[in-house]
Design a protein around this ligand. Structure first.
Ligand SMILES: Nc1ncnc2c1ncn2[C@@H]1O[C@H](COP(=O)(O)OP(=O)(O)O)[C@@H](O)[C@H]1O
Ligand SMILES: [Mg+2]
Length: 250
C-alpha cells in the first residue's frame, strides 16, 4: 500500500530523511516512534503528498508520488489520504456534520445526501453520531479529535495517517481517542500512527518502526521492543517510556 525506497530528503543541506526504505501492507497498522525531530511527521507529510523529496521512490497505492507524472492531480491525491494532526483543525463555523461532508461534497463532488449518510455511518464508528448538529466549540478535545478522525475517513476509506493524535489531550480523553483508533485497526484500513503512547502502540501495532535521525534503527512486532535491544538509542527511548522519567531525574 505504501512503500519508501531509499528516500532522501534534506532542508538547506540538513538531512531529514536518510536513505529511508520501508513497506506498509494493505490493512496493516504501523506505529512510528522515536524522539522529537527524528523525521516522523515528515514521513507522514511525504505520504500525504505535502513534501517533495530529493531522491528515492514513494509508492502509494501503486503510484510513485516522488516522481509523479506531468499533470498529476495533486489536489485529488491529497484529498484521498486521511490525515489527523495533533491539533484538531475543525472548522469552527461548521457543525460536526458539515465538517465531515464539506470535503466529500466540495472536493469529491459527492451528492450531499450520500455524503451525509456516510458521515453518520462514520460518526457512529467514532461514537459521535448523537452530536452531529453540535459546533466544535461545544465539544471536548477528545470529541473534537474523534470528529477529526471521522472527517479523515470520509476522505479516504483505506489510508489513515495520525500524527500524535492524543498529545494535546488529558488522560481520559486520550483513552477514548485511543479506543476509537484501536477499533479502526481491525477494519482493513491501513493505519500509520505516530505516538509516544507505549502500551497503546504495543496493543495496536502489527509493527513498530523506531526512527532516529531520519532513518529506521529498529523495526519489528511489539514483542521485539519488549525484549532486550542491542541498539542503545532505541533501548534508552523504550526504557524511558517503560520505566517513566523519574529514574532519569532523581
Ligand atoms: N519546514 C521545515 N524547515 C526546516 N526544517 C524542518 C522543517 N520541517 C521539519 N524540519 C526539521 O526536520 C526534522 C524532522 O522533523 P519532523 O519530521 O517534524 O520530526 P518529528 O515529527 O519526528 O518530531 C527536524 O530536525 C525539524 O527541525
Ligand atoms: Mg512530529
Amino acid at each position: 500500500m505504501i512503500q519508501f525506497e531509499q528516500v532522501c530528503k534534506h532542508y538547506n543541506g540538513q538531512p531529514i530523511l536518510s536513505d529511508l526504505s520501508f513497506e506498509i501492507r494493505k490493512g496493516e497498522t504501523v506505529v512510528l516512534m522515536g524522539a522529537s525531530g527524528c523525521g516522523k511527521t515528515t514521513v507522514l507529510r511525504c505520504i500525504g503528498g505535502l513534501e517533495a523529496v530529493q531522491s528515492g521512490n514513494i509508492l502509494v497505492r501503486g503510484t510513485n508520488i516522488a516522481r509523479a507524472p506531468k499533470g498529476f492531480n495533486w489536489n485529488r491525491y491529497r484529498s484521498e489520504i486521511g490525515l489527523v494532526f495533533q491539533q484538531f483543525n475543525l472548522f469552527p463555523h461548521l457543525s460536526v456534520l458539515e465538517n465531515i461532508t464539506l470535503g466529500p461534497v466540495k472536493v469529491k463532488g459527492q451528492p450531499r445526501d450520500e455524503a451525509e449518510h456516510l458521515a453518520f455511518e462514520l460518526l457512529r464508528k467514532v461514537g459521535m453520531d448523537t452530536k452531529a448538529k453540535r459546533f466544535p466549540n461545544t465539544l471536548s478535545g477528545g470529541e473534537k479529535q474523534r470528529v477529526a478522525i471521522a472527517r479523515a475517513l470520509a476522505m479516504s476509506s483505506d489510508i489513515l495517517l495520525l500524527d500524535e493524535p492524543t498529545s494535546a489531550l488529558d488522560p481520559l480523553m486520550t483513552a477514548e481517542v485511543l479506543r476509537t483508533i484501536q477499533s479502526l485497526s481491525h477494519q482493513g484500513i491501513t493505519l500509520v500512527i505516530v505516538t509516544h503512547e507505549l502500551q497503546f502502540a504495543y496493543r495496536v501495532a502489527d509493527r513498530i518502526l523506531f526512527f532516529h535521525n531520519g532513518s529506521i534503527e529498529e523495526e519489528g512486532p511489539p514483542r521485539h521492543f519488549q525484549g532486550p535491544m542491542t541498539n542503545p538509542v532505541a533501548r534508552q527511548y523504550f526504557s524511558l517510556l517503560t520505566e517513566g522519567y523519574e529514574k532519569s531525574i532523581l
